[in-house]
Design a protein around this ligand. Structure first.
Ligand SMILES: [Zn+2]
Length: 685
């Protein structure tokens, strides 16, 4: 079949991937996978062995996985009506097919027979892990259910896929539907020049204003919204942006309120069907936390430890504002919190994050990061010349990664700036899983990193905030997890690990952004080439843990809300959800007047996917515990220590899900994780 989506070349021909081929490609890949599964399911059960069932199953969906990965990737970076339509036409069928695999009775019989076959007794290493994981996976997906319950489960899955897709579209569409045009420069008081300039250009591009009579256009995309909330002196300006941001997903025509409840109800029904009390227990069974109760205990334990500091920090900000304005201390309005916090930071440390931007031109940050990963992990990253390899947008760059022996371990695309056709946030994904092949060769991996970072403005390069720099390191950490994979079973490679382990490789990378020696490799003034001056670095480090209890509490509030929704859904579904969540989170949220609504209608982590981070948001904190702890080895033995780096690759990155994550962690650290390193790093010990 001549269809570019089905072409499995390493260098994907993006220009040939047109929306009108999606349906045919996916139908072909679905049929191909169905045939392969039929062959396994129809073999003689008595002869079913590990190779003929488990390994054959692993290969059966290869083409489908790769093809669908391209389609869903394109929707997230080059959304267009015809592509979205084709994607939506197929998403229910793909998810129904995937959900149908563990419900295939004949297949399940063959797998059970093969697991008991004498040859399976000697299966070990990653193959043993794969065998065990597959058996548990099938059971978790309903393999042992009655035919009637299986049918119900299938319906639930496909409804969840559609509802969560709609939820995600609502957030994107509501975000894009809003703009604020400002034609009076006086309203922009306080805004840094890069933010004004970006807003002016954005307006021009949309046909508003001229060079002589400029207009400034603001949107809800992070690089536009955040400077307003931090710096705009005009409170009314900030209020408008804040109100628009919190309204995302809460109003027609992009209203997610009903979707949230329907998604929760379906998830609960699914958990019950599979014999679990609630969705959290269902989700966490194979994660490090093991069940919903333990995850809530984890969140509440940290909550207890940081609560006093949190209350102190909130009161301190109220007093600071009161002193500055001469008013009595009182809760701030929600659109004042970031603004006054920034002023307090400035007063205390004479530091605002904007001072660092000139030191973080994107290209310099990338080459510095590649130098760090060369020293620590022994890899060489080379950008391919524009045009050498096809990309999906002219802004996208393509890189090759080789290890110290010159072996091509993988390649990746990087797409760093916002476009309207691109979803928000930053993420890593993969398109091809290589690694060790049955014939003994090693095939390269193919992955990608995307973001919505500050774009270049005029003749200035893209100058990033330190937080954006951390984002790059973070996503690159995920990418390394994929690229370093040495697992023979593709579905166990790289980031295909438990959600509460998956952020260890990404978050540990962020540590290098805070070390003087690390920064010196990439933070150079874009005009003068100077390093960050000592006193600026000192102020930046001092300011690092400014309001760290508030930041911690924000993460904990999302985690607690997520766990509540999925552990205790009945009361959430019955009454006023917003009121209930506010009550639950009253000790987690900065007290404001008026109170800020909770974020369930724009909580894409948890609702933009049938599974996603649902019942798993706590994983960010959990993984912070892991990363802070694991980084203590680099702190002790040297942040560029190649031996520790190699050990991290060998014991963690290269192993993916080839063993239980706790085993991998203990292998690297020599003991179980310790919470203390995180509290120390956050100045909350
Ligand atoms: Zn991440």
């Amino acid at each position: 079949m001549d269809n570019a989506f089905l072409d499995r070349s390493f260098h994907i021909r993006w220009s040939k991937l047109t929306a009108n081929q999606v349906v045919a490609a996916i139908e072909h890949a679905l049929a191909d996978a169905a045939r392969a599964i039929d062959r396994i399911a129809q073999q003689d059960a008595a002869a079913a062995d590990y190779r003929g069932t488990f390994l054959a199953l692993e290969e059966a969906t290869d083409l489908l996985n790769e093809t669908w990965a391209k389609v869903s990737h394109l929707v997230s970076v080059a959304d267009a009506p015809d592509l979205r339509e084709a994607h939506n036409a197929m998403i229910a069928r793909v998810s129904a097919f995937q959900a149908g695999i563990p419900l295939n009775e004949a297949l399940w019989l063959r797998l059970k027979a093969a697991a008991a076959h004498p040859s399976s007794m000697s299966v070990e290493g990653s193959h043993r892990r794969y065998l065990d994981e597959t058996m548990t996976d099938f059971r978790q997906h309903g393999a042992d259910l009655s035919p009637e319950k299986k049918r119900r489960l299938e319906t639930l899955q496909s409804e969840l896929a559609q509802l969560t897709q709609k939820y995600s579209e609502n957030v994107l569409d509501a975000t894009n539907a809003w703009e604020l045009l400002v034609d009076n420069a006086a309203d922009l008081r306080g805004l840094p020049s890069h933010a004004r300039e970006a807003a002016r250009r954005n307006a021009l591009k949309k046909g508003h204003g001229t060079d002589a009579a400029p207009v400034w256009r603001f949107t809800l995309q992070a690089p536009s919204q955040e400077p307003v909330m931090l710096y705009a002196e005009d409170a009314d300006f900030r209020r408008k942006v804040w109100q628009a941001a919190i309204a995302v997903g809460s109003h027609e025509p992009y209203d997610n309120r009903g979707l949230v409840k329907r998604i929760l109800a379906l998830r609960q029904e699914k958990a019950s069907l599979l014999g679990k009390e609630h969705f959290s227990d269902f989700v966490l069974e194979r994660r490090m936390a093991r069940n919903g109760r333990k995850a809530i205990d984890f969140v509440e334990d940290i909550h207890r430890r940081v609560k006093d500091a949190f209350v102190r920090e909130c009161a301190e900000l109220e007093q600071f504002k009161a002193q500055a304005t001469g008013d009595a201390a009182a809760p701030l309005a929600p659109w004042e919190v970031s603004f006054w916090a920034e002023k307090l930071r400035h007063a205390r440390y004479d530091f605002d994050e904007e001072q660092l931007r000139p030191y973080f031109p994107l290209a310099g940050v990338l080459s510095g990061m590649f130098e760090i990963t060369r020293r620590v992990f022994g890899i060489v990253v080379t950008e391919q010349p524009p045009g050498a390899v096809e990309v999906w947008d002219p802004e996208v760059k393509f890189y090759e990664v080789r290890d110290c022996t010159g072996c091509h371990i993988g390649s990746f695309y990087a797409d760093w700036h916002p476009r309207e056709s691109k979803r928000g946030g930053a993420w890593m994904n993969y398109l091809i899983t290589g690694g060790p092949q049955p014939d003994g060769r090693r095939a390269p991996h193919l992955g990608l990193v995307c973001g919505n970072l500050t774009p270049p403005a005029g003749d200035k390069p893209a100058l990033l905030t330190h937080r954006e720099v951390e984002t790059i390191f973070h996503e690159f950490g995920h990418l390394l997890h994929h690229l370093f994979g040495e697992v023979e079973i593709k579905s166990l490679n790289g980031v295909n690990v438990a959600w509460d382990f998956v952020e260890l490789p990404s978050q540990i990378m962020e540590n290098w952004c805070w070390e003087r020696e690390g920064l010196d490799l990439f933070a150079r003034h874009y005009v003068t080439g100077e390093r960050i001056p000592v006193e600026l670095f000192d102020r930046m480090t001092a300011a690092r843990n400014f309001r760290s209890a508030v930041a911690t509490m924000r993460q904990l509030s999302f985690a607690r809300m997520d766990l509540e929704l999925h552990t205790n859904p009945a009361p959430c579904l019955a009454g006023d959800l917003q009121a209930r969540l506010r009550e639950l989170l009253k000790d987690y949220q900065v007290p404001t007047e008026p109170p800020a609504p909770t974020a369930e209608n724009r909580f894409t982590h948890v609702f933009a996917d049938p599974g996603g981070y649902a019942a798993g948001y706590y994983s960010y904190k959990w993984a912070e515990v892991l990363d802070a702890d694991a980084f203590t080895r680099f702190k002790r033995e040297g942040i560029f220590n190649a031996t520790v780096g190699a050990e991290f690759v060998r014991k963690i990155l290269s192993r993916g899900n080839a063993a239980d994550p706790m085993e991998l962690f203990v292998d690297f650290m020599g003991r179980q994780p310790d919470l203390q390193a995180l509290l120390l790093r956050s100045d909350l010990a």
